[in-house]
Design a binder for this molecule. Structure first.
Ligand SMILES: Cc1cc2nc3c(=O)[nH]c(=O)nc-3n(C[C@H](O)[C@H](O)[C@H](O)COP(=O)(O)OP(=O)(O)OC[C@H]3O[C@@H](n4cnc5c(N)ncnc54)[C@H](O)[C@@H]3O)c2cc1C
Length: 400
């Protein structure tokens, strides 16, 4: 098969699916390629921040996500040793957003809704079971070679958007440096239908629990609790994913002696990395192919969607207003790379340090900081705006 399209997007994760749907809705001809037979049922991201919800509303997906998710206006910081709880309420920034809450909803639900909506548009095309093998670009466009179940297919496009995730084939072909570091510990995630809310007083749907030995994040999605803990030491994968480890994590949290059933147990290696450039001629990196960060704060998918949103607007200007392509695409690179470095990397590194470093008296750095903030409305609003990613988009718009 030989096919041509104005834009080809590689990757049917949340970022690629949003980029492709947005372009199609803006009237641009687009083809989305995903290597799997469907958007993968991924248990990674589950937090949507307010600006992302505003984008979902523009895409026409918000009602479905809202119906399939949980609104979490309040999040808590808990000290695992002392039991001290500090609560932040996003309704304090209700004047800044139509959606003063986090929506707790699994990322694959967004990817599936967006690809379905895309496939219904006359200028949108979704091709599953298409794995990008290679590409080359010239002055006029990009030639793309993909593997389908039956043959090698060739596509031609004006632009290629790489939303092919952390191990991006596109990034590797471009030989772009992916600068940063990888944490020595891995992260273990577990999910369970056990009613954890019955084991704690007034538990919120989003909870950050500080501890020097085993800090923890506890997040509610509609049918499950998701738990994230660090996996340090020399344990093997089999030991970390064993029933014994699962029981030690869950019994430690709940105080019960029951063996609690889990639905997923996954180990992740966690990186803080940013590609040295998000633009290479007609090839643009977005989402995890461009930057990776730890999940404390829920910024990875959200910032990837913000990349996609920014880039789609630049492409709209190029196609529909005759804007200068080099100027627009370089601007995308400057704005989103700057946000990835100065906001997403900085904030997630600081969020991780804060949750894992209690002082000698057992009070975490985060707790002391938040306790001061509770008395200062202006500092609290600034903190809420930053964690809700409102500040990062304001900053993006200021980058020339
Ligand atoms: C434990 C954990 C919790 C997280 N929680 C949050 C959170 O609450 N909020 C948040 O914002 N972020 C969170 N993240 C980060 C978030 O999951 C990622 O940032 C997000 O998945 C990135 O989306 P993406 O579309 O760029 O990449 P991916 O989701 O990785 O999607 C890439 C897609 O490309 C496809 N693909 C890859 N190679 C090819 C190829 N050669 N050809 C065709 N298709 C290809 C893949 O199959 C996949 O479907 C979390 C991460 C982890 C590990």
């Amino acid at each position: 098969m030989n096919l041509s399209s104005s834009v080809v997007v590689i990757g049917g994760g949340p970022v690629g699916a949003v980029a492709a749907l947005r372009l199609a809705q803006l009237g641009i001809d687009v083809t989305l390629l995903e290597q799997h037979a469907d958007c993968p049922e991924d248990m990674r991201a589950s937090t949507f921040h307010p600006p992302t919800l505003e984008m979902m509303q523009e895409l026409g997906l918000l009602d479905a996500l809202d119906a399939d998710g949980l609104r979490a206006p309040v999040y808590q910081y808990r000290n695992r040793r002392s039991g001290n709880v500090i609560e932040l309420d996003m309704s304090e920034i209700a004047d800044l957003t139509r959606f003063p809450w986090r929506l707790q909803c699994e990322q694959y639900k967004l990817a599936r809704l967006a690809t379905q909506a895309l496939s219904e548009l006359p200028n949108g095309r979704v091709l599953f079971q298409r794995r990008l093998l290679s590409f080359e670009q010239d002055e006029k466009g990009v030639s793309i070679h993909v593997e389908s179940p039956l043959e090698i297919e060739h596509l031609r496009a004006d632009y290629l958007i790489a939303a092919d995730g952390s191990s991006s084939t596109v990034r590797k072909w471009l030989d772009v440096a992916f600068s940063g570091f990888t944490y020595p510990e891995r992260f273990l995630t577990l999910s369970t239908a056990y009613p954890l809310e019955e084991c704690f007083d007034n538990l919120a749907k989003v909870n950050y629990i500080s501890d020097a030995d085993e800090w923890c994040v506890m997040l509610r999605v509609p049918t499950l609790w998701r738990i994230l803990v660090p996996a340090r030491g020399n344990e093997t994968d089999a030991e970390l994913l064993s029933d014994a480890r699962k029981d030690s994590v869950l019994q430690g949290l709940t105080g019960t002696q029951e063996s609690i059933t889990t639905y997923h147990r996954t180990l992740y290696r966690v990186h803080q990395r940013v590609a040295d450039s998000f633009r290479h001629g007609r090839v643009l990196l977005v989402g995890d192919s461009a930057h990776l960060n730890n999940p404390l704060g829920g910024f990875g998918m959200n910032s990837g969607i913000h990349d996609a949103w920014n880039l789609c607007e630049k492409l709209r200007r190029i196609y529909q207003e005759g804007a200068d392509a080099d100027r627009e695409l370089d601007h995308y690179d400057r704005q989103r790379r700057n946000i990835a470095m100065d906001f997403v990397q900085a904030q997630t590194i600081s969020n991780k340090k804060a949750i894992e470093s209690p002082d000698a008296n057992g009070v975490s750095e985060m707790e002391s900081h938040l306790a001061l903030m509770l008395k200062d409305e202006s500092a609290r609003r600034t903190y809420l705006e930053r964690q809700a990613m409102i500040q990062s988009l304001r900053r993006e718009s200021e980058i020339a």
